[in-house]
Design a protein around this ligand. Structure first.
Ligand code: BGC
Length: 739
């Protein structure tokens, strides 16, 4: 009989009888429990995965590549057998000692969806955008380590954490789960957080791959973008995060990219991720993002949250496809090899010592991260820090008497400090689940603790005229502006909801000594800005948020956060005036044209010479920093060194930024390096950074390589993306670098 074409291919690749057995999934248990060579720790993860993989039967292989959700979201639901209750579950294989994969969300802490683990609470970190605002990868690592340790202590070994989609649109519903608009910043912050998680013997999952940059119609949006543009922006953020963090897994996203669903996107998964980048881990789908069995051929390794898909494609249909030759057995082996490899690499087979969770220490990491992420946007007349002599302070709005706001959706942590949940309601499937959650860390209480001699009153802000009347009588007013954002929805505009802009305006009219504290998912417009001398962006500050906010307002912590996203004056400064897909019927695929290409946020503002309300990288301090002695050297690499001096009178941290301004081909604004330094008054330090050559190059899609032109590269050492900074330049040779 003439061999079938796919069999020919397999035979070409397979030389030994054992390998043939393995490829056809026919093997029988070969090792006694005490003779499992894959447990030999002197072998590397690949070798160990190969030894174990060849022991799997076809059914066992299939069992590793799909699994259900493991949460209770409807009364009467039961957890899958063996699941501890979390976002997802892949059963283990007892006869070979393969542990179950217990998968939990997400980057901000270990979640407990639908109270699947009754009463279980965890440390709630500030939002990832807040973490990015720290410009401090060390803090991101610490936060990741908190999440990883808390996951492992519960038996969770796969944490669905490491959101790194770029904030292309300030209205993006999940911007708070991501690390901003710049690939270098986002890649470094997410990469450090992922590394922190993996350091605790837990697999981390960078997500959502890729160009999943809006929530509106997220299952039907087709992101249309050129190859070079995505390589230089969204994909570069993933590439850097993967290099820095070495996540065991990548979660592909709901949307389509250039016509193919991201989880069935041969180009993104096989060509870019596994081919060009040599990624050795596995690709898991987002929950309900699989449309057919042949997604396996396109590069997807595991179907997750399978109840949400039309079929368990990677169950019986995949088995049948392997048996009838439609899908090569070697592909299935590759899928399971990748999963096992990541499990070995994270130490899941090596019974790491039990982890002890120090909740107090973890809460302290959350507090530090929140405080360092807070951005002081305006401080006219040094209204802040609050004078210890302030006698009467009125705090208005934002439920600041109860706690701090957190973002909604799968990343929502049930915090140790408990929370207040206000139903949001609305229409559609998610309406019943939409809850605006507040972590019970009250800024009002924290300020009362810190300012015992002041009279501090609180007004809910429900009646602006009444709040304004009280504001007149206070020495100073602190008014909160909240914007609740959640997975699944984008904001329609950049206003604060529920009339809060009018409230802030009325307060500022009544009392010129008004401080605004924003708790938002991303950028908002500030129609009242001219009237308010001080503005603080606190993001979603996590379970110690109230204390972090009070520490910054009182000066116990000198603010050092910098904006990881541009705050525009109006949405018209962005390429899409309305959110694409808005109002389309469910199920209708629509295109989102990313014509701005790699020029996201500040890059496009620079190209169009637009001025932001507050630019990317911006952030004030209670001290001042100056830069000097800029030296730029070329040759093989572009190196920039400079001196940072604290010229003010209090200790503080600065985040100096180095931007590419000009390449031989013309102007190009790009963040090529940043640092975080801590300096006493009068103290200086020298910072030296070397630019990653990809940030100086263009991606040449024809050559499939990064291409650096020969010539002069001009840079600036600056406080933010609009600061002219100190200039320098150097000459670099032409160079190409593999993709
Ligand atoms: C989200 C993912 C999440 C998954 C599991 C999906 O809806 O997009 O980020 O990890 O649910 O909860």
């Amino acid at each position: 009989m003439k061999p079938q074409p796919h069999i020919t291919v397999i035979l070409k690749n397979i030389v030994s009888a054992t390998a043939l057995t393995l490829a056809l999934g026919l093997s029988t248990p070969g090792y006694a429990a005490d003779a499992r060579p894959w447990l030999d720790k002197s072998l590397n993860a690949d070798q160990r995965a190969s030894l174990l993989e060849k022991e799997l039967t076809l059914d066992e292989r299939i069992s590793l590549v799909h699994g259900p959700m493991a949460m209770i979201f409807m009364p009467g639901m039961k957890l899958p057998e063996g699941a501890i209750g979390s976002a997802g579950f892949i059963p283990g294989i007892a006869r070979l000692g393969i542990p179950a994969q217990q998968e939990s969300d997400a980057s901000l802490g270990v979640t407990n969806p639908g109270n699947a683990r009754p009463g279980d609470t965890a440390t709630a970190l500030p939002s990832s955008l807040s973490l990015a605002a720290t410009f401090n990868p060390d803090l991101a690592f610490k936060g990741g380590a908190v999440v990883g340790a808390e996951a492992r202590s519960r038996g969770i070994n796969v944490q669905l954490a490491g959101g790194v989609n770029l904030a292309r649109d300030p209205r993006g519903g999940r911007n708070f789960e991501y690390a901003g608009e710049d690939p270098w910043l986002a890649g470094n912050i997410a990469g450090a957080a992922i590394k922190g998680i993996e350091s605790q013997n837990v697999i981390s999952t960078v997500k959502h791959f890729a160009i999943n940059d809006q929530e509106t119609g997220r299952n039907f949006a087709n992101s249309v973008i050129s190859e070079s543009a995505m390589r230089e922006s969204d994909l570069l953020a993933f590439q850097i995060a993967i290099e820095k963090g070495q996540p065991g897994s990548v979660m592909c996203s709901y949307n389509l990219v250039n016509g193919a669903y991201a989880c069935g996107n041969d180009h993104l998964l096989n060509k870019v991720l596994k081919g060009d980048w040599g990624y050795k881990g596995y690709v898991m789908s987002d929950w309900g993002a699989v449309k057919s069995t042949d997604f396996a051929v396109k590069g997807l390794d595991q179907q997750s949250g399978e109840q949400l898909d039309k079929q368990i494609w990677f169950g019986e249909p995949l088995k049948a496809a392997v048996q009838n030759g439609a899908i090569a057995p070697a592909r299935l082996s590759d899928m399971t090899h990748r999963i096992l490899r990541s499990m070995f690499a994270a130490g899941l087979f090596d019974s790491p010592a039990a982890v002890t969770v120090d909740k107090t220490a973890n809460a302290e990491v959350s507090r530090q991260a929140a405080a360092e992420g807070i951005v002081l946007l305006k401080n006219d007349g040094n209204l802040l820090p609050l004078a210890a002599s302030a006698k009467s302070i009125l705090i208005v709005g934002g439920h600041a008497d109860a706690g701090v706001l957190s973002g909604g959706g799968s990343s929502q942590v049930t915090a140790d400090t408990h929370q207040l949940a206000l139903p949001v309601g609305g229409e559609g499937m998610m309406a019943a689940f939409n809850r605006m959650n507040f972590h019970m860390s009250s800024p009002v209480k924290a300020l009362k603790d810190r300012l015992p001699n002041a009279t501090i009153r609180f007004d809910t802000g429900r009646y602006p005229a009444e709040a304004a009347r009280k504001a007149k009588d206070a020495d100073l007013v602190i008014v909160f502006g909240n914007q609740w954002m959640a997975e699944g929805d984008d904001a329609p505009d950049l206003n604060l909801p529920d009339g809060q802009d009018a409230l802030i305006s009325a307060i500022a009219d009544a009392n010129p000594r008004t401080v605004v504290v924003l708790q938002t998912g991303g950028a908002v417009s500030m129609p009242w800005l001219k009237k308010t001398p001080a503005v603080v962006e606190a993001w979603y500050a996590g379970q110690k948020g109230g204390e972090a906010i009070a520490d910054v307002l009182t000066g116990a912590v000198n603010p050092s956060g910098h904006l990881p996203v541009t705050f525009p004056v109006t949405i018209d400064q962005y390429p899409r005036a309305t959110m694409p897909g808005l109002g389309l019927p469910e199920g209708q695929v629509f295109d989102v044209h990313y014509d701005e290409g790699a020029d996201i946020g500040y890059r496009r503002f620079a190209a169009l010479n637009q001025k932001a309300l507050f630019p990317f990288g911006y952030g004030l301090s209670y001290t001042k920093f100056s830069y000097s002695d800029v030296k730029v050297t070329g040759g093989d690499k572009l190196t920039v060194s400079f001196k940072v001096t604290n010229t003010g009178s209090v200790r503080g941290k600065d985040a100096p930024q180095v931007y590419l301004e000009q390449t031989p081909a013309g102007p190009a604004k790009r963040l090529i390096a940043f640092s975080k330094v801590d300096l006493a008054p009068g103290e200086s330090t020298t910072v030296s950074v070397t630019a990653d050559s990809r940030l100086l190059s263009r991606f040449d899609d024809k050559a499939n390589a990064w291409s650096q032109s020969a010539g002069r590269y001009a840079v600036s050492v600056a406080h933010d993306a609009e600061d002219a900074g100190l200039k320098g330049a150097a000459t670099l040779p032409a160079a190409t670098r593999k993709p």
